[in-house]
Design a protein. Sequence first.
Length: 121
Amino acid sequence: MRWKLDENLAPAVAKCLAAPAHDVASVVGEHLSGCTDETLYRRCVAERRVLVTLDLDFANPIRFPPDIEPGIVILRVGRPTLRALQTMVERVLPAATAPQLSGNLWIVEPDRLRVYNPRET
């Protein structure tokens, strides 16, 4: 899997995704901090990376259609502490596969996973 972590996620979260089959890049590591959401979205599409973010703006499927890119994962946690985010990532994302994520919007909450598949609407 190819992941891109938004700047709102601490670098320690990337360690939760680190595995031989995973390629993790970050907005901070690529000096893209402060870029527009559109720029980040286009970059993820071009690089075929799943975007992992806390930013609810990416939940708008009209503005950021998940069906034309590898997928978007939005982490939703009441108080986004490092431990809470790591727990969510460790619990859900390592089991994710490209076919499950491809073209879908995942909203990951502490007690549930919501998947929006635009091909099913």
